[in-house]
Design a protein. Structure first.
Lengths: 112, 483, 131
């Protein structure tokens, strides 16, 4: 139970960072922390008590494995998270080239 | 080989071929994208015909039995949206043949556009909830990159805001999927529906519904989560704005919301009431904020928020007549909002300005653009005999039948406000005397005229879909959602 | 032999010469064993890209971008993606599972080349801007 609680605290740290920081890079880091917290939550869901790693081997039986399906899901979501962070960082690089600042309160040309 | 797989494979192959060879062979991107778009449109019409014979088409991937493997499924609701997506995307590809010549590296844009089409088709056709999430992400990420395509400062800022809010939405959806998996231990949407209908639930399904509502609501720009939409849709290049506003917010937002809420989670009445109220707030907020805008494309973006509010309101009502009206309005809005964004792009290319206060009397120099813009504006404002009138009428009648007369009155009044700002747009930009600064502008090229004329004809004849011979097209979609 | 003031110190360069091949081999091992052990296409592709990035960090960008620049990286990634799609079209609906290693190889080419191109795009862009 305590690991779910810690996962939730990690999510809240990322959310705080995303909402309250002014530097664009810190906002992207907050987004990354949120994504990793959700991936961690997905893996924790698959845990079975006293389970072993879900690797097929000849001498051990299949019965007491942890659930392998969330692990397959997490592989895909890690790559998706990587793609989103890459797009965000590329945008941040270009924004710095045009606006000459990383402060998000000063990047406000679109209004209304 | 089952042909549902082609909907995803054709755009992906096209995208990677263009990325590989686009720099070497000139105009490869133009030919390949239009051929692919046309073939997707023909395939989706063929799918409509096949659905009329057998209710459901499935395509198995891999030889696992149905409970474990992932597969693609198409039913009446999916096929309706397949036709809309492929039609609007094909017309946008034709339009961007001449619109995008002023941007650098057109082949980059075409590869990203084909990736977005692949993602949208995948969202519609996927049968388990995790592949819906993967294709949703593919379409969203291509959208983030396409909005920033012109690399002007406003476009980059708008795209950054869209990226952050969009990925927050995806995280909410992923959390919902995780909780749903931990409760039902399966990812297949049919199996989840059966398990939730039979097992006692407690509070969990309510919490999952809130997460999905937040996630898909951010993608569909329902009102508390709408802040990214005006910036993103006004700074993108015009064909991208048309596809984003006409198709993407509906497929990634409204279609996924409907699938998950009606078919998987089972629509409870409190959830439907919540959807109704959010739809009403979106309608009213979008309409009032749109009247205050000076920039043409920003006004259209706020109008999109308002019309998606109509669709969500109709979904929230839940009766079969309301669902018919909502789906018909989805189809109509895709057609005429894309038409309006194409017109805005044509005006912008002819006059290099988007400011409503400066443009006057353009109908003398741009006849085709002004005629099609008239068709689009009258249709979205709900004047008979255009198609928009029928869909709004059905929604208002359904709201009266379901016993919410106040809501019906609010919907009717919002329709009047919509008429106000579209009249302001029409009379301000097109009618009146020609400003001397614009006396030399020319009409737009042919490949930009063809999509506009085609969509204008569709917005005129869209009302014919309600004739009992054609109504089966919409009726089978409604029966999937609410049997 | 190599330019002494480009990249990192001599110790790093010597160790890199020894370990780059091993990292590439390990990445390939992870790719091929994807169906019976942890790893698979994504993780193996990223490890293979890491070996190239390691080389670039130690020797400076000229040593690697002369062979694989941004454009060639995109081309290799596209070829990998087209291979993967060809495999899906030919084999997926029939349902033979015996070709899983080929899926892994195609994905690893795509992910590895793609990640390396992304790294080049983000890093080289910065150095051009600071001039």
């Amino acid at each position: 139970m305590s690991e779910y609680f810690l996962c939730f605290i990690l999510f809240c740290v990322g959310l705080y960072c995303l909402l309250r920081k002014r530097n664009i890079i810190k906002i992207i880091v907050g987004l990354a922390i949120i994504e990793y917290a959700v991936n961690l939550f997905l893996i924790l869901i698959g845990y079975r008590t006293h389970g072993r790693a879900p690797i097929f081997s000849h001498d051990q039986e299949i019965q007491n494995m942890v659930d392998p399906l969330p692990q397959a899901m997490v592989l895909t979501t890690i790559v998706i998270g990587l793609a989103v962070i890459v797009v965000a960082v590329a945008l941040a690089v270009r924004i710095y080239g045009k606006y000459k600042t990383f402060d998000i309160t000063k990047i406000r040309r679109l209004k209304g | 080989m089952s042909f549902l797989l082609w909907f995803i494979v054709i755009p992906l192959v096209c995208a990677f071929l263009i990325a590989l060879l686009g720099r070497l062979i000139k105009n490869l991107g133009d030919v390949l994208t239009n051929v692919a778009g046309l073939s997707l449109l023909i395939l989706s019409c063929y799918a409509v015909q096949k659905i009329a014979l057998s209710k459901v088409i499935t395509c198995k991937l891999g030889s696992w039995p149905f409970a474990i493997g992932s597969y693609l499924v198409a039913d009446g609701f999916s096929v309706l949206l397949l036709v809309i997506v492929n039609l609007i995307c094909f017309l946008a590809l034709v339009y961007s043949l001449s619109y995008m010549v002023s941007y650098t590296d057109k082949w980059n844009y075409q590869a990203l556009f084909m990736l977005m089409i692949a993602g949208l088709n995948g969202v519609i056709l996927s049968a388990d909830i995790f592949s819906l999430y993967v294709f949703l992400e593919v379409a969203s990420i291509s959208g983030y990159a396409l909005v920033a395509f012109s690399t002007e400062p406003e476009a980059l800022e708008a795209s950054f805001r869209y990226t952050i809010i969009g990925s927050l939405a995806s995280v909410c959806i992923l959390l919902g999927i995780a909780l749903l998996y931990s409760y039902t231990s399966t990812l297949n949407m049919n199996d989840i529906a059966m398990i939730i209908a039979t097992k006692p639930q407690g509070q969990l399904v309510g919490f999952i519904s809130v997460l999905f509502l937040a996630g898909f609501g951010m993608k569909a720009a329902i009102v508390p989560f709408h802040a990214w939409l005006p910036d993103a849709h006004s700074s993108a290049p015009s064909p991208v704005s048309a596809v984003l506003s006409g198709v993407v917010i509906k497929i990634l937002g409204v279609y996924a919301l409907t699938r998950v809420f009606f078919n998987v989670l089972g629509a409870s009445s409190s959830l439907l009431y919540c959807l109704m109220v959010l739809g009403l707030i979106s309608m009213v907020t979008g309409a009032f904020l749109a009247t205050a805008q000076n920039d043409m494309k920003r006004m259209f973006a706020y109008s999109s928020i308002s019309q998606v509010g109509y669709i969500i309101f109709a979904l929230g009502l839940g009766t079969p007549l309301a669902l018919l009206g909502g789906l018909f309005h989805l189809l109509n809005h895709a057609v005429f909002k894309s038409l309006l964004f194409f017109n805005a792009g044509a005006i912008e290319q002819a006059t290099c300005s988007r400011d409503l206060s400066k443009l006057k009397g353009l109908s003398q120099r741009l006849p085709v653009t002004s005629a099609t813009a008239l068709a689009g504006s009258m249709s979205i404002a709900g004047l008979p005999p255009f198609a928009g009138f029928w869909s709004k009428l059905i929604i208002i009648i359904a709201s009266l039948e379901a016993g919410h007369p106040v809501f019906a009155l609010i919907a009717a009044l919002t329709s009047i406000v919509t008429l106000v700002y579209y009249l302001k747009f029409q009379s301000g930009v097109f009618f009146g005397t020609l400003d001397s600064a614009f006396s030399q502008i020319k009409e737009v090229p042919l490949t930009m005229k063809i999509p506009m004329v085609a969509l204008a004809i569709l917005s005129l004849t869209g009302g014919l879909l309600l004739i009992p011979g054609f109504r089966v097209f919409l009726q089978s979609a409604v029966e999937v959602i609410r049997p | 032999m190599k330019n002494d003031d480009l990249g990192m110190t001599l110790i790093v360069k010597v160790i890199t010469r020894l370990t780059v091949g091993l990292i590439l081999l390990y990445g390939f091992y992870v790719v091929l064993h994807g169906h019976i052990g942890p790893g698979g296409g994504f993780a193996g592709g990223i490890i293979m890209a890491l070996s190239l990035i390691h080389l670039m960090l130690a020797y400076g960008k000229e040593a690697v971008t002369k062979k694989i620049g941004r454009r060639r990286g995109i081309k290799i990634a596209s070829i990998g993606a087209l291979l993967f799609l060809a495999l899906i079209v030919m084999f997926a609906p029939g349902g033979r599972v015996g070709i899983l290693p080929f899926y892994d190889i195609a994905i690893s080419i795509m992910v590895g080349a793609g990640l390396f191109t992304i790294f080049l795009a983000l890093v080289i862009l910065i150095t051009e801007r600071e001039e």
